[in-house]
Design a binder for this molecule. Sequence first.
Ligand code: FAD
Length: 594
Amino acid sequence: MPIYTAPLKDQQFILHDVLRIAEQADVPGYDELDRETTEAILGEAAKLAENVLAPLNPVGDEEGCKLENGVVRTPKGFKDAFDQVRDGGWTALDCDPEYGGQGLPYLVSTAVGEMFSSANMAFNMYQGLTHGAYNAIHAHGSDEQKRTYLPKMVSCEWGGTMNLTEPHCGTDLGLIRTKAVPNDDGSYAITGQKIWISAGEHDMCDNIIHLVLAKLPDAPEGVKGISLFIVPKFMVNEDGSLGERNSLSCGGLEKKMGIHGNATCVMNYDGARGFLVGEAHKGMRAMFTMMNEARLGVGLQGYAQGAVAYQNALGFAQDRLQGRDVTGVKAPEKAADPIIVHPDVRRNLMDQKSFVEGARAFTFWGASLIDRSHRAHDADAEGLISLMTPVIKGFLTDKGFETTVLAQQTLGGSGFTREWGLEQFVRDARITMIYEGTNGIQSLDLVGRKLGQDGGKHVMAFFEMVKTFIADHKGQDADFDKQFLDPLKAASKDLQAAGMYFMQNGMKNPNNALSGSYDFMHLFGHVCLGLMWARMGWAAREALAANTGDVEFYETKLATGRYYMARQLPMTGTHLARIQTGAETVMALDAANF
Ligand SMILES: Cc1cc2nc3c(=O)[nH]c(=O)nc-3n(C[C@H](O)[C@H](O)[C@H](O)COP(=O)(O)OP(=O)(O)OC[C@H]3O[C@@H](n4cnc5c(N)ncnc54)[C@H](O)[C@@H]3O)c2cc1C
């Protein structure tokens, strides 16, 4: 059975030593987040993640969901666990107090979300989807809609879903066929089929509030003609009680590679009553306003699977006895040394560890920018997180999946068998690279939209930030300069050169940019993690100098950072070289010759 231990110390380090949240007094709510407060909140979340959610992860995988007479039964234990999550107030953490939320910063729910996701990703998606639907209604719903739906969604008595995908369209939503025809009473009759709807039907909530993209009869062609509707499973009476069943149903459950504990549903809408959210034909815009959070949430899922996989790989590497340390026997009393003595096993573990800790810092930083943009109305923070969102989603899920595979490799054959649980992490992580916009689409968003947004202002601000960090810290410690700042500077130069290549060559042939966009997303991701490691390295160095705490923890942090800078960051050179070859070799074949 796999283990899970919540990374409380590391989370606290990022919140307080690196991001120094309590000092960000201009972000309302951060001033209340001192070490003791976050320790108390995250400590309680950790207990739930470790003791309740993690043990259910293999159960959910083994049992899966079952559709019986139109009702989806979640795996044994899920409902009880969901009640505990709900009763503990964990679904309401960062929600608006006006609707029963606790009003805590998004950063806090991000830290909790990592733990819940590592412990049981399929389970946590029920709450995650509800939160996404809550956000959409909160941002775009009418006052009446907010009053009607939000309090029960905040408490997760009612679930929520996002219905975009149809059998013939996923990426290209301009093609959707689901229709919304106005009724006499101001509601709409929604007819169509949606597929792969996560948490579309299940037995853990009294009602499910579906958010459905559909087209009005007079809709313009393409994505400009899409509207967003609330379509409840049960109608809600004026007094808030549940009324008649709406004409929608779950037509089937997908058989799939992973996240078996989460119901992936075919949803049929047969003239179901729906209510327009926001303006007609502006549904895609409404969806886009929540994109940063939703995509950060998926990036988080990616590294969270890597994090739990790494923990299990580490435990195995410390116990498994095979071969001897070539530089001298380490466990003479045993038949062989633990495999962690071998450099190749260490390389593998260091790749995992340095990615997971860097990704955690990157995601928390992203969440803090979302807080800054929402709570302090900081347009620069909004621009920066908008730029980095496809990087967080695409890079962290690619690397998170890769980390689960590396962790599986650490276990040899045991990684392939079911008993140790590693193969489940691999299977569960895989979907993060696909949904919420495939990673290929993330890279197109980054290069095609985000780089040039507001005249390139945000990417320039990013470069400036890296430059300023280097300038502010240079010359104080020759080792730090050499180990952290110089590699960061070189990687940042590679990123700038790639941007320059697109500017000079993308105009004459857009394929030159599109052929390099995936490499660019990874190049950017490495620079972001390089920046995070430089910031973490500096924070660890300062803590050591101040003699404030756990010397071993800070020295380990520095050593892990040195590894990332030396062994991972140079990948930027390879990505740049690939980008600079342009579209020629990528596009050389006729489609018929593949
Ligand atoms: C388990 C699971 C859960 C899901 N949950 C939900 C949910 O809750 N709600 C929901 O609405 N959807 C959900 N989805 C759907 C998911 O978001 C889509 O699968 C995803 O967006 C990709 O769409 P698609 O599968 O139709 O792929 P396609 O759009 O057919 O794309 C196929 C391939 O072509 C590439 N491609 C497509 N267009 C372009 C282009 N213009 N340029 C370059 N490359 C391109 C893509 O990157 C991809 O690799 C879920 C899917 C799964 C499997």
